[in-house]
Design a protein around this ligand. Sequence first.
Ligand SMILES: [Fe+2]
Length: 305
Amino acid sequence: MALHRIRSITIGVPEVEAVRAFYRDFGLLETSPRRFATADGGEQLRLEPAPRRRLLALSVGVDDADDLGRAAAALPGLGIATERDTRGLEAVEAVTGIRVRLAIEPRVEQKPPPLLPSNAPGRAPRIDVRSPAVLPQSPPRPRRLSHVVVGSCDAPASRRFFVEGLGFRVSDEVPAIGASFLRCSTDHHNLLVQAGPFPFVHHSAWEMDDVDAVGHAAAAMVAADPSRHVWGLGRHGIGSNFFWYLRDPAGTFAEYTSDLDVIVDDEAWKLAASSGAHPLAAWGPPVPQAFLAPEDVMALARGEV
Ligand SMILES: [Fe+2]
């Protein structure tokens, strides 16, 4: 049938203990050492020691053996070897070194959150009562992994691996930064591959109930340690999602996000270039240079580390 979700990611980091503590604070549940679960998606993040931060592995949920068969047939044409077992197929993306596993998995059904009554000019469904969004609450937890963003020194080759080899769909592209927004589900993007001086992980993003949940969770993280703040609150132009980015102790950004576009019909979807959407943000604070060009990546590229 089809690829249907981004199941999990494994990130390599030099400072594992500090990064562990960050993702516990972030709202992920550490179910065993260095393995983290979301509320709806099960175990979705693993941390492994590595000399520098990068995405080591990515697992994708697929419906059935036909999906494995298609990838097994396509990847050798790109010069990529595959390993197959009864429940999955593995291959390594040659440029970034990311080990990808397609795994036969049931789809995840998410229970929708309660709809907050929202007042607006000429429409007041909430009267004589405060919004639940302002009442004291524990920081909300991420519902599931939304997407991951990686740098590749040959972004077109990495894109070919995921699109032609594995069956990811292209939702949007930003040629100026060599970026392709790819999906393995109906989410606008589960993987963004962008040009970079060497393989690195730019950020992971975690789905929250709504913009209030994004705000509550990020504000709690920043209150505990203001140096975590990177960029937000804002709304992306491509993908339409609300965002607030924090920095983990290894330098990888972690995004709380909500309200990402959903694509079920490729014919109906208009590419960003023809839609008028801003490539970066429809609104929000000015983008920090360190978000566009992470300082550790730039220093390494200049040979300073
Ligand atoms: Fe993102």
